[in-house]
Each structure stands twice: as C-alpha cells, then as structure tokens.
Design a protein around this ligand. Structure first.
Ligand code: BGC
Length: 688
C-alpha cells in the first residue's frame, strides 16, 4: 500500500485534479450512449471520471459497489472513491427535522439519533454525510430553516457539536455547512444575497460554525450565497484567514453543488477558468459537481496561477480523509448489505426515533383538553391525518411506506375503534413534506385557507379543536389560534411520527419541547428573533400602536411574536421562584452561581427547560436585549421541587467588539432565568 506522500509524488497533475473533484453517481454509471444532457455539460470523458475522488448521491450498497468497481477498474490512479450523502435526519430510519430536534434542548437524544443514522449509513457504504447544517436563521420564509437549529447562535453550536459527536461514534465523517451566513438570505428567498456587518456576522452568524470546530469535523462546506458582495468561494478572509488560520481547521473544505461555477452568474468571475483560479487559491479542496477544476487546474498550475504546492496541500487533505475512512486499504471498507438490512428500521432504531419524536413535539396551547383519556370522545379530521409522508425534506433513503401516520398511531393505541363523531376534533393540518427544504421559500407562511376554514367550522359546530400542525417552519397561526382548544406543533417527526403524536395525545409521553424560532403573528414581522437590538425608541408595552406615536413599532401589528423563542408548554405546571446570585460582581475570568427554585405544582410529572439569558445593559456597541447563555433540562415528579444552578462565567459575557477582539466590558448586566425567553425572573450583576 502506498503512503499519502508516495501518492502525492507519483500522481500526474490530471490524477491529482480528479481527487479534488466530486461527481454525481449517475455520471459514472451513464453509458457512453447516455452521455448526453447534464453529462455533456460537464464535458468529461469516462477516463477522467473514473479517477474521481468522491461521489455523492448513491442509493444503496449494491450501487456503491458497482460504481466503486467501475472507478477502480477503469482508473489509472486506483484510489477508491469516497461516498457521501445528505444524511441530515436519518438514513432509512428517519428522526425529526433538525429544527424540531433542536427544540428538545437535549443533546443526548440528538447525539443518539446521529449515531444511529451513522451506523445505518456506514453499513450502507457511506463514509461522510453533509451535516450538521448550522446556519443561523431568522426568517421562516426561507425553506431551509427546517435544517437548522433556529435563531440562537449558542444553541446552534451545541446542537451542531452533538451531531458531530454522534456521527463520529457511528463511524461517519461530518461536514459543517453552509459556511457562511447562508441562512441570512435576504427576504428569506432561496440562494439570495446576504449583507451583514462584521458585528452581526461575528456575534451571530459565525458563532455556531466556530463552536463546531471544537469537535474537529472532517469537512466544512462553503455556501452558495454572496456575502457583502463576494460569493463564499471567493472569500479569502473567511476561508483562509479565519477558517484555516484562526480556527485552525485542517480538514477538507468542499464547495456546495456547482457553487464554484455559479460565481459566473453571481457576476464575480468571468468564466469557468476564473472560477477555478479563485476557488483553488482559497483552498476549496473539493469541487462538487461543476467541472472547473477538471477543466482548468492543470492549465492554471502550468501558467503559475495556482501553485502545485497548494494543489498538493489540498490533495493531502483529501487523501488523509480517505485514509481515515479506510479507503486507502479497502475499496468499500464497511459496506455490509446484511447489516444494513438488519439495523435499518429495526425495533431498536424505531424506538430511538420515537423517543426523539415525542421529545420534539411542542405544546403551544392547552385549555385542559389534553391529555386525552381513553374514554374521551374524539374524532380525527384533516389532510394530514392519514398522511404517511411525514419525514420532511432531506430524508436520505427514508420511505413514506415505513412511516406511521396519525391515524395509524391512534389505532395502535385504541385498536380499530376510532370514532367518526364526538365532542373533540383532532384536526391534522399544516404543510406537506415538500413545502419546506431547499428551494422551498414562500412569501406567505400563513396556515392555508382550507385549514383555517376547517378549524373555524369545527369550532362553530361546538367542537373542541385539538390542532395537530405539521410544518417544516414556523407558520403564522394567528388566524386559527383563537379557535383551538389545544395546539400541538409536530413539525415533521419522521418514521415514528404517528406513534409519538398518539403517545403525546394520551399522555403516555409528556410534551417538553420548546420553540427555537420565534413564531410571527404576521409574515410582515419577518425577520423576527428574540435576541434583537433595542432602538432609541423601543415600544415597551405590546399593544397596538398609533401612527404618530414615534416609536419603533408597526401600525397594524404587535412587535412581539405570537410565541417567543424558548416557548413550549407541558401538561403539568412547573414554576420558577427565588432567583439568586452568589455574588453581585464578576471580574475578568471570574464566575458566579445563579440559582432558581423549580417546583412542579401541576397534576403530572413533567420535563422543563430552564433557560439562562443575559443582557449587557450598555456597551461600546449596542447589545441584544437578551442572549441565551445556558439551559438545563429538568424532570420533576408531581409535587417535587429542585434547586437549579448555573455557573455564569465572565467568558459568557464576552462578545466580538471587532472580529479579533472577543471581550466583555465593565458595567451592569441583567441576568434572566425563565421557561421561555419572554417570561423571566431578573437580577442585576456588575462586571468589574
Ligand atoms: C445543498 C447542500 C447539499 C448538496 C448535496 C446542495 O444543493 O445546498 O446542502 O449538501 O446539495 O446534496
């Protein structure tokens, strides 16, 4: 077996180039006769393609083996290709979409799910996934909010790290994406430009990628968007100065799908050759699908516009990744069809994703109708009641036929005795799976007219309405909210969806999830997020505003969201009191303890998320009104109470004053503890 350095010495420039290319599987499989259309537009011969470094979008072990054999036997370099796929929330056994998973505030379930997905993927022949996606999002019109952890940079980092750990435990390499600020797409329009001050970029949008570096992910993916006028693959300051040098990332940087040659449409690069020159000089190690490296790398090296030393450095990183995945010793190291069949959708994996699904359901409203008793007289209506495609976007190899609908789930508890008339209507409404995800932006994110009519009609007929709302994004619920007696926001929960929903309806499992994006009252409030800056004219009371009040507000809507970040009810009633701080002052590198008493005063056992926020009251730059700094997920039995403690360190008070200056400033800070970002107890401390 050759060492990496021997490969670097002996490969031709063309062979080196091919290692820096990622092809779609169908390019390799297409026969020469089919070599038309998309294949034509990459203009690559089979000989060039067989040397390819990595391949995306394969369907199963059989196909992986077939494609790998074609490559190895047809190539001159004889280095097996690496296989990657978007395993975002499951491979075949699908768990809730990442936006829902983040709402569990439970890193261990996130880690367990990622590990499970990794085991299935590895048996399926994959070596890497394009996850976690840790883009900060503030605008629910953007279809890809479903892939992220929401609007908080701290939580985004925590959830991203948990995914990386889980994937690694299961043997799969991770790819942190989309670097950077792809989630800031203007007006929530897919692929749109982003424009952010350094202050906003460093304190909000970059934080979760930075945090993920602590887990040493194997790959980072660059994003499609232009940021402040420069498409990401052209941002030397972010790709080299920040990612490589400051954050010390020594793994593989991969472009997004054709993003390198999209620099032409952006109006940043003149032609394909120029695209390759820019991206190579920024050490984007792998070009995904578009062929500019394949066409121009050798020429650029020969003309001295890209150094061969740089190409070798990129190649070394790619080969190190392949070595780590076992590909320098073995063609398809861990692919195992029998194991794939055994573990995918096994009862063990189903129970992991069912638990995750139960923990992801958010109870937004409950006037006491939930949980049901077996004797309750209810019936089920709505488009989503029998829908089996409840996986949401990016379901890898998940199939609707393997999923449990709400009706299936209820029947699993009640048998075939479901009523068609009764006092309580379970209205299963909301979005279909395909309505969020990539390229699924919307200008109107209100509940559909049909769903509003359904809910209103039921209410007018005197029924109690339990709305079970499916969605990949926050929807505007303002119109239906008054007519609902209870609202369960169930996102897209994956394979075990219906069983989890039925368990929550009957109280066999307790709702405990929280929202990680603010839910707007009206689309016109977007972007809306809890960690905003005050203004010189803040509106204190959230009532309607009159034109001529000269305050930062709308004439026709409140400023506040319908439901704030961190919000979500339980079946019980856990109250917080006695907020205490161990010291009123904190100095550089110091720490103090914040404690609060939590008491379960309700009728059930329950889980809650106790959230700690701070506000820097004034500074050399204006600071957000609240920022999440820590949280604890607690389980309290009926009648039980507990003292919850947080360590608040000076480091938690720091911010990027400039991009190289991460500091806290002296002065007063408010410290808040609550069960959501709106309703909190407060104390004040002083940074001295
Ligand atoms: C998406 C990425 C994804 C890639 C490969 C792109 O369109 O933006 O998130 O990883 O395709 O499927």
């Amino acid at each position: 077996m050759k060492t990496i350095e021997e490969y670097i010495k002996t490969l031709s420039l063309e062979e080196k180039t091919a290692q820096l290319y990622q092809a779609a599987a169908f390019y390799i499989k297409a026969t020469e006769a089919e070599n038309t259309g998309t294949l034509d537009d990459i203009c690559l011969s089979k000989e060039q393609l067989y040397n390819v470094g990595s391949i995306l979008n394969v369907s199963n072990v059989k196909e992986i083996k077939e494609v790998s054999n074609l490559c190895v036997s047809g190539s001159t370099a004889k280095i097996p290709p690496m296989f990657m796929l978007d395993v975002i929330h499951g491979y075949k056994t699908i768990y809730p979409i990442p936006l829902a998973m983040a709402g569990t505030f439970d890193e261990s379930i996130v880690e367990d799910c990622a590990e499970m997905a990794a085991k299935e993927s590895v048996a399926g022949g994959l070596q890497a996934t394009f996850a976690p996606m840790v883009d900060l999002v503030r605008d629910a019109r953007w279809g890809r909010v479903m892939e992220s952890a929401g609007e908080d940079p701290y939580l985004g980092g925590v959830m991203g790290r948990a995914q990386i750990r889980g994937f690694r435990k299961g043997g799969l390499c991770s790819c942190v994406k989309h670097f950077a600020a792809y989630g800031a797409a203007e007006a929530g329009k897919e692929y749109n430009t982003t424009d952010l001050s350094d202050y906003n970029l460093y304190n909000f949008y970059l934080r979760s990628y930075e945090e993920c570096m602590k887990e040493k992910p194997e790959l980072v993916m660059t994003s499609f968007n232009a940021l402040n006028g420069v498409p990401l693959n052209g941002r030397t300051d972010l790709l080299i100065d920040l990612l490589r040098e400051k954050w010390g990332f020594d793994g593989v940087v991969i472009s997004d799908y054709r993003a390198i040659t999209e620099m032409i449409a952006h109006g940043f690069a003149e032609d394909e050759e120029h695209c390759a020159e820019i991206a190579l000089n920024n050490e984007v190690d792998i070009e995904m699908v578009s062929p500019s490296y394949m066409h121009y790398l050798p020429k650029l090296v020969k003309e001295g516009r890209v150094s061969e030393e740089k190409v070798d450095r990129m190649l070394r990183r790619v080969l190190q990744l392949k070595q780590k995945a076992g590909l320098l010793e073995n063609q398809c190291p861990k692919a195992n069809e029998q194991k794939e069949n055994e573990i995918c959708l096994s009862s063990e994996h189903r129970s992991i994703v069912r638990k995750a699904a139960e923990k992801s359901i958010v109870l937004l409203k409950n006037n006491g109708v939930l949980p049901f008793k077996k004797t309750d007289d209810f019936f089920v209506v709505g488009d989503m009641a029998s829908e089996k495609d409840v996986m949401g976007s990016w379901r890898a190899h998940g199939k609707a036929k393997d999923c449990v609908s709400v009706l299936d789930g209820l029947k699993n508890i009640l048998g075939d005795t479901l009523q068609t008339d009764g006092d309580i209507a379970v209205a299963c409404i909301g979005e279909k799976s395909y309505m969020t995800g990539e390229s699924a932006s919307k200008v109107d994110i209100s509940v559909s007219k049909a769903d509003v009519d359904l809910v209103k009609n039921l209410h007018e007929k005197g029924k109690k309405v339990v709305a079970v709302i499916f969605a990949g994004r926050p929807l505007v619920l303002t119109e239906i909210e008054p007519y609902c007696d209870a609202i369960l926001y169930v996102w897209f929960l994956g394979t075990e969806s219906g069983n989890a929903i039925a368990n929550i309806l009957f109280g066999n499992a307790m709702p405990s999830a929280k929202l990680t994006m603010s839910f707007p009252r009206a689309v016109g409030q977007c972007p809306i997020y809890y960690n905003y800056f005050s203004t010189g004219r803040p509106k204190k009371k959230d009532d309607y505003h009159r034109a001529g009040d000269y305050l930062a507000a709308y004439q026709d809507e409140y400023n506040a969201p319908l439901y704030p970040f961190g919000y979500g009810l339980t079946y019980t009633n856990i109250n917080l009191s006695s907020l205490q701080i161990s010291n009123t002052e904190i100095e550089e590198n110091g720490s103090l303890t914040v404690s609060v008493l939590a008491k379960n005063e309700g009728e059930y056992d329950g889980e809650e998320v106790v959230q700690l926020y701070v506000q820097d009251k004034f500074g050399s730059l204006v600071r957000p009104v609240k920022e999440l700094k820590a949280y604890r997920k607690i389980l309290l039995k009926k009648g039980e109470s507990a003292k919850i403690e947080f360590a608040l360190t000076e480091e938690m008070l720091r911010f990027y004053k400039t991009k190289d200056n991460f500091v806290s400033e002296v002065g007063e800070f408010n410290v808040f503890v609550g069960l959501n970002s709106r309703d909190c107890l407060m104390e004040t401390i002083k940074r001295i």
